[in-house]
Design a protein around this ligand. Structure first.
Ligand code: URA
Length: 308
């Protein structure tokens, strides 16, 4: 039987894993939540620290997690990873209808986009519209060129971003920079923003009301920048952009549509840091984005020529 500390570590890893599959509500609520075996068709992946492969998974009946005390009621299940279904899934409350993407006549001209973004920042002000304002240091508005063809959306600021007021500047940001460079682009050519602009306490997933309160500004930013392609980084971004909660792997590999842009879903860089084996899968997603933009990946020689 694992020690209590090991059980906590494993539980934390599982919670992260569920999040990456788009299952991210069960551990926030009090009482016991039941997570049963039978659905993981969409998920190809079993975390390395779970000590078994997916083929071993199906025979588990049900494991129970006491979400309040964050200990495993049945730690034995950790010897075998399960295919998971959240028995009681809840829907994201419907957001207020948001106006459609701007008509051509309302498109902000490229020369005016920097000012239009500054106006949105001004409208946000010293925001106290949701509970996240209580714990933040800096509002993380967004970063990049106002005329970017490619726009990335993450989940929410972490500690580094909260301190600097700039999205994706921590370890996940380093990896995102590498991903952007691998596409033959630099960070100065894209725009980056998040579902929420203030750091959730302990880096928890934003609550639906927080996300819905904040995305009105993100959507305005997107309408100003008018990217051709948006890349949703992880389940939270995909959920709140597409307006429906769905396992990430079901969303990957498709070209979705969002506010006049083509939207591609991939893993969050923080997830890729936890499981670098999935970088190849993320690269496949980025290649879809590149194809949509008419880009080809840099060759060794072109990278060498440009000093890369
Ligand atoms: N993770 C995010 O989702 N956004 C950031 O800005 C940083 C880390």
């Amino acid at each position: 039987m694992p020690s209590k500390q090991d059980a906590r570590t494993l539980l934390a890893a599982r919670v992260e894993y569920y999040r990456d599959l788009g299952i991210f509500d069960f551990y926030r609520r009090g009482g016991q939540q039941h997570v049963c075996a039978d659905r993981l068709e969409a998920a190809e992946y079993v975390p390395p620290d779970m000590g078994a492969t997916r083929e071993h998974a199906p025979s588990i009946e049900c494991d129970t997690i006491d979400a309040t005390s964050a200990t495993l009621v049945n730690p034995a299940i950790h010897t075998v990873p399960t295919a998971l279904t959240v028995v009681e899934e809840h829907e994201i409350p419907a957001r207020k209808p948001f106006p459609a993407a701007p008509a051509i006549a309302d498109v902000v001209q490229p020369a005016d986009r920097a000012q239009a973004l500054a106006n949105i920042r001004q409208d946000i002000g010293d925001c106290t519209r949701c509970a996240l304002s209580a714990g933040r240091n800096k509002i993380v508005f967004g970063d990049g060129v106002p005329n970017a063809r490619l726009l990335f959306v993450g989940e929410g600021p972490g500690a580094d971003e909260d301190a600097q007021g700039v999205p994706f500047v921590g370890r996940a940001g380093q990896l995102l920079n590498n991903m952007i460079n691998a596409m033959g682009l630099s960070r100065q050519q894209v725009y980056i923003a998040n579902i929420v602009k203030c750091r959730p306490p302990g880096n928890r997933v934003p609550e639906p009301d927080e996300a819905h309160t904040c995305t009105q500004f993100l959507f305005r930013q997107i309408d100003v920048v008018r990217p051709e392609v948006i890349v949703a980084l992880g389940a939270t971004a995909a959920t709140y952009l597409l307006g429906a909660k769905s396992p990430l792997n079901g969303l990957r590999g498709h070209v979705h549509s969002f506010r006049g842009a083509r939207l591609i879903v991939t893993y969050h860089p923080a997830y890729l840091l936890r499981d670098p084996r999935q970088k190849g899968e993320a690269w496949k997603d980025l290649q879809i984005a590149m194809a949509e933009l008419g880009l080809t990946p840099p060759t060794r020689s072109s990278a060498a020529e440009s000093g890369g």
